[in-house]
Design a protein around this ligand. Sequence first.
Ligand code: HGY
Ligand code: MN
Ligand code: MN
Length: 411
Amino acid sequence: MKRAINLERLRRDLEELGQIGFNPKGGVSRPSFSQADFEARDWFKEKLRQASLEVREDGAGNIFGRLKGQQEEPIILVGSHFDTVINGGLFDGSCGVLAGLECLRSLQEYNFNPAFPIEVVSFTDEEGNLVGDFLGSRAFTGFLNEELLRKDQTHFGRPLSEILKAAGLSLESVLQAKNQAPKVLAYLELHIEQGENLDLEEIPIGLVTRISGKRLYYASFIGRSNHAGPTPLELRQDAFLGLADFALRSTRLVASEYEDGRLTIGRVQLHPGTFSVVAGQADFTLDLRHSEKSSLKAMEEKVLALAEEIASARALSFHSQLVDSTEPTDMSVPLISLLEEEAKNLNYPYLKMISWAGHDAQILSWKTDAALIFIPSINGISHSPEEAIRWDDLEKGANLLFQAILRLAKG
Ligand code: HGY
Ligand code: MN
Ligand code: MN
């Protein structure tokens, strides 16, 4: 009999976690080191203790639950993140952490004695609400941008050092986290697709072959504030018009020249930001993605050049600061083959595919064999209160994760 996970228990966990940071107006807001995140962290550590797992937290606030093995290391690591975007959904990240926990509980119920320790992890700030994406998994693997961290700025303005101190951490402890990391034999992550391919094809499992790369920028057009009444249109140095012009032309550029390229302006702030003043400054976030390294680089150069061209045509200046640069990354071929075999054994249809969202598996793959299992997102919606899954898809994804862990942990 193929061993399986306990879906009802996993579903209860997801629904319980989904109440932490839940906003009655819609969605879940659990940015790392927020009050909701602290509550979720305590909840998760208690769940790990109830599952008789050894609990530890590293200098970046990554939380681990260990099922002991016949030797100390290397370990098999499974997990994801339970921090969320603001007004996000219940399943982004949390499916992977809690399916990992469910697998470890089920392994114990089957009296499985692994050759290698197996750890479930929840990584800090996968979503980039602090400083660039993947703070926790970058800290664990040692791929942090120290210069950026030392700027002590975060996405919502509060100094990073103050946020870390409130969490009992520090920049030094984050930088040291890599020294606490055991050797990892393999990393497995279960995640919702956050796109519509699996849902449209009615296929329950995605095996990710490559995760797209990204460039995240803070950028600004700077002109001159002036009075909205006496200043004629033709004499204005209107930073907002520079941004509006850029937003439309850069999107047209990517759509026409870079098939599959992505460009998103997710946040805009005008200064001084009131009725009677022409905007002297337009700050915005710029998120660029592509699955091909050369295309991503070319697209980035062209988009930034367009911004400079628009700035000079409108007597503005353009400034940008790179916050996150992640290259397109291939997942482990041997792990994908193992997952294919186990999916066939379980008679689960699967689709090999690219991930357009970034994931901790991308960062772990720079250090060890890493694989990413997708389950369908209903209507492809994510980073939204409407994020939804089918429970039997989650059961299939978690059973596949369970079988893969069994295979790897046998030694
Ligand atoms: O932005 C991403 O792709 C991920 O959700 N942080
Ligand atoms: Mn995620
Ligand atoms: Mn996300």
